[in-house]
Every structure is written in structure tokens, then in C-alpha cells.
Ligand binder design. Structure first.
Ligand SMILES: C=CC1=C(C)c2cc3[nH]c(cc4nc(cc5[nH]c(cc1n2)c(C)c5CCC(=O)O)C(CCC(=O)O)=C4C)c(C)c3C=C
Ligand SMILES: [Fe+2]
Length: 401
């Protein structure tokens, strides 16, 4: 199986055939991997706080993280000696739990939070304040947000996705280990079962409400749409030229009231979403990929896709044409005090500008979406995702130039 470029296309001699998953994705390229590369089945996402005010130490960490991430995405150990071949009187430079495992499609995607540029008190810890992108601010409070600060925010983030959970966890663990003394893990989230497709080669998966999720997602095979809605352009923000070719990453932990949801009639569940549970077709008819007819009359003077149906509220036609690249995951983090599952959807979306492509849609959804009855958001964060890493560069290098 060939290696893939950041566009998801094969880069090696052995080309990938349709639907076949690449064993590894190129770490370096125009854009970071883990955005338009095909969404893998497993996630370990971590937000870090930087525990030093030393800019040089931060840069050194990013250099070390770049080296280790490149190695791990190739299926190699995090450091040159590895888990078992280093000196016996030193801790190994790889923790070992992925020893013998293949790359498993690992992608590692880095992001920078607003607090890296300026603390809540306005302190410019690393001399980066004048390079803070205007759109990189703490997300506003939305109705139904019950945010836990211990699951929110962060100076840095790392999204590790792979087809083997052990490989994703190994990546985060080793980056945290390398960062000891410079960063600490603020929060992390495991995910299983992607809730989106980012390539037409992928079948649409299901979320924990049991519905197909990702049907109308932006896909790698629509590069013009991806350019228009995902990648930051050089002219977007004069203060943040370093972000050109990058993106913004929205992370929101949606706790789902699945026990209450499971007691709702099938027809009601379908009305809340606006699509059938079986094929995922819009309630106005057709198959999964048929465009919804939002004007089709239903019974009693209403439309067949209800005014508060999720797919109506978030559809580009009702949101100034904006689209997003969703890349979220299901999660179950044990059970809660009431004996229910602590389950939900860890929503991840890459957008060109959160002010136009996320905040208005989330505001509308939080205020009037039928799904919100079953959702609470207890974690939230926004990160600027620097562009891809060129040969000999480290992640985010242009920010520190
Ligand atoms: C603010 C953006 C969005 C949030 C938050 C969100 C949460 C969320 N969504 C589902 C389930 C489904 N979403 C679907 C489609 C869909 N969702 C968004 C945006 C947000 N979703 C968009 C832009 C779209 C595509 C709309 C379109 O272009 O038609 C679907 C339908 C299948 C699909 O197209 O993917 C489902 C199902 C849940 C459960 C959830 C929070 C937990
Ligand atoms: Fe959605």
C-alpha cells in the first residue's frame, strides 16, 4: 500500500486503489495530515498547557515534537533508540506499547490555542501577541454549554488519529513524555468510530444516536470547496500570514442523553435529524446523497423536513453558503453518577474562519435545534492549525520566524 500525501492521494510507488486505506500518510506537505486525509477509526486528542515562559524552550519542544511525530507516523519509534535498544541505564526514548505495530494510518495534527498568544490577563508570555489571528479567541458561551474548564481550552493541541487505538494513544503519550517540564496535559479525549467521512471512498459511519453522520461533509475530492472553506488564505488576516495554508480547529465535547434518546419513537428521532435512520436519505425522499427538498410540504401545513430539524438548521443554504470539514468521533467514558453512560460525540471541525463558518451555526443550533434536547456541551476549545511542515522545518516555524 502506498504512502499518501496530505491531500489523501497516494505518494509512493504502489498506488492505493479506491477504498483501500493507506498504511501511512506523509507527515510533511502543504497542509498538515489529519485534516483532509481519510478519517481513521480512532482518536486520541490532547490539549496541553505550556508550563514555562521560556520562548526558546517552547521552540525546542516544537522541534522535538516534529521529529517524534514524523518518526511515529512512519511506524517507527518516537526516538532513534526506540523502546528496547537504548542504554539500559537510561529511560527508553520510546515507551514501547506500539513496538511491532505498523503505522496504522497514524496522523498527528498540531494546533495553537488563543492562550499561547495572550493569557486571560493579557500577558504576552512568548512574544507572540502581535501575531495572534483575529479569529483565534475563546469561543463565546452558547446556550446548552455547561463547560468544565478541565475539559476545555489549552495552549497547544495534538490530534492523533489512527486505525489502531494503541497507536493513537502511544503517539500522545510519547509527545507528553517528550514535553515533560515544558508542557502538561490539560485534558485529553479518546474517540472510537469516526462520525464523518472525509473521502468519497469511505462509507458513511454512524454516531451514537444511530444515524449516518458525515454524508454531506466536505470531502478531499472537492479541492475547490476545501480551499474555499477549510484553508486559511494569505490575505485572510494580515497579522497572521504564518497561518496561510492552515486552518482553525473547533473541538466540542457533546454529551448525549442516549438513554432518553433511546426512548423516543423512531419517527421522532428521524424528524429531529431530518433524515431517515435506515439509509440516511433526507425525509423529502431519494437516497443518502439526494439533496434535501426543504420546501416539500408535510402534513398540517408544515414542511416534511421540520423547521427545527438538524439538517435544515445547519445546511449551507440557510447559513450563507458556508461549509465545514467535520472530523469528530464517538466516545464512551464510563458511566455517570445516575448510572447512565457518559457517552457522546467529540465534535471536531476544521474551518477557514470560525467567525463565519462555525460560531453563527453553533449559535443557531444551540438556540433552536431539535437535537439540543438530548445534548449538552461540557468541553470546548478553539485552535489555529498551522500549515503543513516543509522538509527541514518544525511545526509552526513561520510563527516564530
Ligand atoms: C455547528 C456545527 C455542527 C454541530 C455542533 C453538529 C453537531 C451534531 N451533528 C449531529 C448529527 C448529524 N449532523 C449532520 C449533518 C451536519 N451537521 C453539521 C453541523 C454540525 N453538527 C453540518 C454542517 C451538517 C451537514 C448539513 C448539510 O450540508 O446537509 C447529520 C446528517 C448527515 C450528514 O450530512 O452528515 C447528522 C446525523 C450530532 C449528533 C451532533 C452533536 C452531537
Ligand atoms: Fe451535525
Amino acid at each position: 500500500v502506498g504512502r499518501a500525501t496530505d491531500s489523501g492521494a497516494p505518494a509512493g510507488a504502489a498506488a492505493r486503489t479506491s477504498g483501500e486505506r493507506a498504511a501511512s500518510y506523509a507527515f510533511r506537505g502543504t497542509h498538515q495530515a489529519g485534516i483532509v486525509t481519510p478519517a481513521q477509526d480512532r482518536l486520541h486528542f490532547a490539549a496541553f498547557d505550556v508550563t514555562t515562559d521560556d520562548r526558546a524552550a517552547l521552540v525546542e519542544l516544537l522541534q522535538q515534537w516534529t521529529d517524534a511525530a514524523e518518526r511515529m507516523t512512519r511506524g517507527e519509534p518516537a526516538g532513534p533508540s526506540g523502546a528496547v535498544e537504548g542504554p539500559v541505564d537510561l529511560p527508553p526514548d520510546d515507551t514501547g506499547e506500539a513496538y511491532g505495530l505498523p503505522a496504522s494510518g497514524l496522523t498527528i495534527t498540531f494546533g495553537f490555542g488563543p492562550s499561547l498568544f495572550r493569557t486571560d490577563d493579557g500577558v504576552d508570555r512568548f512574544g507572540l501577541a502581535d501575531r495572534q489571528p483575529a479569529a483565534l479567541r475563546t469561543l463565546p458561551h452558547f446556550p446548552a454549554d455547561v463547560l468544565d474548564p478541565a475539559r476545555s481550552y489549552g495552549d497547544l493541541c495534538v490530534q492523533a488519529c489512527a486505525d489502531d487505538p494503541q497507536v493513537a494513544v502511544h503517539a500522545i503519550r510519547n509527545l507528553a513524555r517528550i514535553g515533560f517540564g515544558t508542557v502538561s496535559v490539560r485534558w485529553s479525549q479518546l474517540g472510537f468510530g469516526r462520525t464523518s467521512s472525509t473521502s468519497v471512498d469511505q462509507t458513511t459511519p454512524r454516531n451514537l444516536f444511530g444515524f449516518k453522520d458525515g454524508t454531506m461533509n466536505l470531502k478531499a475530492e472537492e479541492p475547490e470547496e476545501v480551499d474555499a472553506h477549510v484553508w486559511v488564505a494569505a490575505e485572510d488576516d494580515p497579522a497572521a500570514g504564518w497561518l496561510a495554508g492552515g486552518s482553525y480547529l473547533v473541538a466540542r465535547r457533546f454529551a448525549m442523553g442516549i438513554e432518553v434518546w433511546d426512548r423516543q419513537p423512531l419517527g421522532d428521532q428521524e424528524a429531529f435529524v431530518g433524515r431517515t435512520k435506515d439509509s440516511g436519505a433526507p425525509l423529502s425522499g431519494g437516497d443518502e446523497f439526494t439533496a434535501p427538498d426543504f420546501d416539500m410540504p408535510g402534513s398540517g401545513g408544515t414542511t416534511i423536513i421540520a423547521e427545527d430539524a438538524h439538517v435544515r438548521l445547519v445546511h449551507p443554504d440557510f447559513n450563507g453558503g458556508v461549509k465545514m470539514l467535520r472530523r469528530g468521533y464517538n466516545f464512551v467514558d464510563g458511566s455517570n453518577a445516575l448510572g447512565g453512560l457518559d457517552a457522546g460525540l467529540f465534535f471536531l471541525a476544521f474551518v477557514r474562519d470560525p467567525d463565519t463558518h462555525f460560531i453563527p451555526i453553533q449559535t443557531k443550533m444551540a438556540a433552536g435545534d431539535a437535537l439540543m434536547e438530548y445534548l449538552k456541551v461540557n468541553g470546548s476549545a478553539l485552535f489555529a492549525v498551522p500549515p503543513g511542515i516543509g522538509e527541514g522545518e518544525y511545526v509552526g516555524q513561520a510563527l516564530f520566524a
